[in-house]
Design a protein around this ligand. Structure first.
Ligand SMILES: [Zn+2]
Length: 397
């Protein structure tokens, strides 16, 4: 138990300080990092005929080529283009330094059972089965090829079950986008490439847990299965896999770019509207009863139209008390349960400006990934929607 607490302490401090500042991006998909797994002295999974590191490099280069051929407005960045060893934290660093909009890590699977076959795509999160944990442990074991990995990863030992659970409790803020991309990849694998679909899964991958953007890890098939290995080393197989991931990328980019355009248009129309002096009143709970509130711990403040802004600074899959040590004794913490996760916030402000001031204080206090979220009647809504309602109320009080 003591060891558990120490690992948790180390990891939470590391996570709070290691997360880079969010880039000022507007939601468009303009930069993608393609990460061929393993390389150099780390062969990855070994089949009868081929090594994972060679197959995933070939698939990754094809994928990048398809993207570059089809999208003038997308920059492709690789973590490696040759057979070289790259430490896991450096792969993350490349993606964060380049302020990429999407991270795609390409891998092949292996199983003690030669009969296991098919494709699966992972996003960062707590594993729900032993099999998912096994995949993460296999991929995280790459750090055993690094010098001083215990120091580099703050004592993280890929063979420790506690460490695997503790660090996957912390969630990338881009879970929704990551899940969208992962589903699109599996759809294409199944429908276009005719591969067996093992589904979208979650587990704690070192290469994903610190990226400041949506990210997925693709397992393109099992090298431990004779038939699938033959497919994966064939030119056709590699082209099919790369083309399936490309099609998923194309759909994801179309969707995200449309969303970004809508948000931009709505922000512009808000800026053009005449501004009036805002009046705020405390909410009357009798006038606005909240049916089945989604909040676990509801803050008290509000305004006349029940639009509030809070600053979200942590997300966990396991409930944490609001006086947990990693929250550094902050006052006024509340949390809500949303899409299967516990989300921790401070503040409950009637204007975006007030929430932004709190966000700045949190950034100074080390919570560098804190961001503003909007609520209507304690239900989470898109910030653009909140601004639209506030502007309507200003014009028609
Ligand atoms: Zn791998």
């Amino acid at each position: 138990m003591k060891r558990k607490i120490i690992i948790f302490g180390i990891l939470s401090v590391f996570l709070l300080y290691a997360l880079p500042l969010h880039a000022d991006r507007h939601g468009f998909v303009r930069k993608v990092v393609i990460d061929p797994g393993h390389g150099g002295r780390d062969p990855g999974a070994i089949g009868l005929l081929a090594k994972e590191k060679d197959i995933v490099l070939a698939i990754s280069l094809k994928l990048g080529e398809y993207i570059e051929q089809n999208f003038d407005d997308v920059e492709v960045i690789y973590t490696r283009t040759t057979d070289e060893f790259i430490e896991l934290r450096n792969r993350t660093q490349i993606a964060n330094d380049n302020k990429a909009d999407l991270f795609i890590s390409v891998h092949c699977n292996a199983s003690p059972s030669r009969r296991a076959f098919g494709t699966e795509t992972f996003v960062m999160g707590l594993h729900r089965s032993k099999e998912n944990l096994a995949v993460a442990k296999k991929e995280n074991a790459s750090i055993l090829y690094e010098d001083d990995y215990l120091e580099t990863y703050d004592g993280y030992d890929p063979n420790s079950p506690e460490a695997n659970i503790m660090f996957s409790m912390f969630q990338n803020h881009y879970l929704n986008q990551s899940l969208t991309m992962a589903s699109l990849v599996q759809d294409q694998f199944r429908d276009r490439a005719g591969r067996h679909d093992r589904g979208v899964k979650q587990a704690g991958f070192l290469v994903l847990y610190n990226i400041a953007m949506p990210g997925i890890l693709v397992e393109a098939g099992f090298l431990s299965n004779d038939q699938e290995e033959k497919y994966l080393i064939s030119e056709t197989g590699q082209a099919h896999i790369a083309s399936a991931i490309f099609r998923a990328f194309r759909d994801y980019k179309t969707y995200q770019d449309n969303l970004a355009r809508q948000q931009l248009a709505s922000a512009n129309s808000n800026n053009n509207k005449p501004k009036a002096v805002e009046t705020t009143q405390p909410a009357s709970s009798q006038a606005n009863p909240t049916p089945t509130p989604p909040l676990v711990n509801k803050p008290e403040k509000g305004n006349a139209h029940d639009i509030t802004f809070r600053v979200q600074f942590a997300t966990t899959s396991v409930e944490r008390p609001i006086d947990a040590p990693e929250f550094k004794g902050m006052k006024g913490i509340s949390f809500y349960f949303h899409e299967g996760m516990f989300k921790y916030t401070v503040g409950n402000e009637s204007t975006l400006e007030e929430a932004t001031l709190i966000q700045q204080k949190l950034h100074q206090n080390g919570f560098r990934d804190a961001f503003v979220v909007a609520f209507k009647n304690n239900e989470r809504i898109a910030p653009a929607e909140a601004m639209r309602i506030l502007n309507q109320n200003r014009q028609n009080p």
